[in-house]
Write a protein that binds this ligand. Structure first.
Ligand SMILES: *Cc1c(COP(=O)(O)O)cnc(C)c1O
Length: 227
């Protein structure tokens, strides 16, 4: 596992350098969903400092088990409104906000603890009915609406593109997310930063880095196949 993590970190560095980017502008989110705390502990010891979780219940347990470690927790799964209160207690960044309803609830819960909750807007770049995320056409509007919520801070965009065996096929979707980011950035919306692009997983993170990813979410290449 240590070797896997080191090799992933190395590949991130190489992809950055070969596309003329500073490797320090790309952060690795080690996706630890379904992985037991003991194994995650080893990953932390080997240098993982951001953990990505998909399920609130599981994350709450692991967050408690691993509370002595100075790691950052990111939520990357589909978030139900009724779990928002737990999410704001645990996560430094929520990648998957895709509706005003969810944003309003997160804002309300964040306000209770005087937290400014950092979020990304999840975009459904290929308009797949099976996937969460706001459509490309509605993203700007949603960003504007959420920008009025005082206890939320939008930091950028996230996407889960369609799956292909050949990573090159995913490139156009990464490009689309990046150009959407640039478009929204030009609007200079108050309280909105468009610094982060969360895209790229085990099968395609190098392509994502070439297209501007600042957060890559990698599970399998670090922890092996999930059971
Ligand atoms: C599981 C998951 C990942 C990691 O996928 P791998 O292919 O195992 O690297 C990344 N992002 C999201 C949203 C996920 O649910």
């Amino acid at each position: 596992m240590k070797n896997n993590l080191e090799s992933v970190m190395d590949r991130i560095k190489q992809a950055a350098v070969s596309s003329g980017r500073n490797p320090e502008t790309i952060r690795l989110v080690a996706v630890s969903k379904t992985i037991p705390a003991e194994t995650v502990e080893k990953a932390i010891d080997a240098g993982a400092d951001i953990l990505g979780e998909n399920y609130i219940q599981e994350a709450r347990t692991k967050f408690n088990d691993l509370s002595s470690y100075p790691v950052s927790w990111h939520f990357i799964g589909h978030l139900q409104t009724n779990k928002a209160k737990y999410a704001v207690r645990i996560f430094d960044l929520i990648h998957s906000v895709d509706s005003l309803k969810l944003a309003i609830e997160l804002d309300k819960q964040a306000k209770k603890t005087d937290k400014i909750q950092n979020i990304l807007i999840q975009v459904n770049v290929a308009d797949e009915s099976s996937k969460s995320g706001v459509s490309v056409q509605n993203t700007l509007n949603l960003v504007k609406e959420i920008s009025d919520l005082k206890n939320l801070a939008i930091k950028g965009l996230m996407t889960m593109p369609p799956f292909f065996n050949a990573p090159e096929k995913v490139r156009p979707f990464f490009k689309n997310l990046r150009s959407l980011r640039d478009q929204i950035s030009k609007e200079s919306i108050h309280n909105v930063a468009m610094d982060e692009l969360s895209m790229g997983m085990t099968g395609d993170f190098e392509v994502a880095i070439e297209e501007g990813a600042t957060l890559v979410r990698i599970g399998t290449a670090i922890f092996g196949e999930r059971i």
